[in-house]
Design a protein around this ligand. Sequence first.
Ligand code: ATP
Ligand code: AH0
Length: 378
Amino acid sequence: MKELFLGLMSGTSLDGIDTCIAAFDPQFEIVGTHKGDLPDDLRRELIALIHDTSPDRRGMLARIGELDARLGELFAQTVLDALEQHAIPSTAIRAIGSHGQTVWHQPLGAYPFSLQIGDAARIAERTNITTVADFRRRDIAAGGQGAPLVPAFHAAMFQTPTEARAVVNIGGMANITLLPPSEDTASVSGFDTGPGNILLDIHIQRYRASAYDQDGAFAASGDCDEALLDVLLHDPYFALPPPKSTGREHFNAAWLDQHLNNPRLSPADVQATLTEFTARSIAAAVDTYFSHCQRLLICGGGAHNNELIRRLSANLRSTCVIESTSAYGIEPDWIEASAFAWLARQTLLLRPGNLPRVTGASKSVILGAIHPASSPYQ
Ligand SMILES: Nc1ncnc2c1ncn2[C@@H]1O[C@H](COP(=O)(O)OP(=O)(O)OP(=O)(O)O)[C@@H](O)[C@H]1O
Ligand SMILES: CC(=O)N[C@H]1[C@@H]2OC[C@@H](O2)[C@@H](O)[C@@H]1O[C@H](C)C(=O)O
């Protein structure tokens, strides 16, 4: 049996727990995937914690502690469900790389930090599999923003000496990885471009019994309002130079509401405008920092939003080929969970997982805290 690693990713969309079981020797191969459910009550509590509107006003620390424990149990069960689904024994998994659930990302200021919860000790204890977690802390300790971390994986999977490629992850937030034609990851750059699906999800959930705008159909039924679009694109985040990262702390329902003040716009017009806004902010990042891009690989759930991809293509000045990462053997939905399987492997091999040029860290560092399965001395 090949040496396997398991990646766990619960992202800012809070749409579920992506699980990926992968081998890396002799080459990368996804052996199995699994999507764990995030119960509605847990999702509501996480959103309440992130935006501090808890229904029962319990102390913040108690809510964080309990959610950390509940998520740890849930992530552990998700691992067990994934292994059962694919009939893989836990002894075949060398390590789990668990991103956890980001509840606050504050990469700037006197004491920058990024808080992911989902107790990794519980994951290791319940699964008896060595679990690596808390990946962002060491990069921040080395002066970085702790995000984005997937560019190192994108480079390992997609960088080639013969073509200038960019990878765009369209998750709740969107981030890009710029891969110059090279075999040297020192040339790789990347950053968070701004919102991905987050505003599209928030808006449609107010008007449809749908978690997201399936294929972008709601947006396609409306008209983009240029005045609103102009206001959205003038958010100060877009003028910041890289390295930069963002999250729900900035782009969220309150941010959206403070910009929606034109009652003449229909819900579909707003959805169309938010979709154009997301597409244009991603396209501007590529055109500004990677105008010679030859191939753009799309991943993340936003890769399924046909209207968003159509608007991205329309806004890109560079004449690059646009395709999903599935063209390179990795389905867009599984890139991030695969990345955390890969990051866990990097850590166990004592190899660095960050790219200082991406995060702003002073150096490459080994990421994560290791929770061993069990003591070899027991
Ligand atoms: N068929 C579809 N049509 C339109 N949008 C879709 C479709 N399928 C998924 N999505 C979008 O993808 C989102 C989930 O994407 P993904 O799982 O990459 O997010 P995430 O990992 O939580 O985000 P992040 O990368 O910020 O951590 C959904 O919330 C939805 O907006
Ligand atoms: C703090 C945090 O969770 N950031 C996420 C978010 O979602 C997409 C983008 O913003 C990215 O920077 C990051 O996650 C991915 C996995 C990353 O670190 O590359």
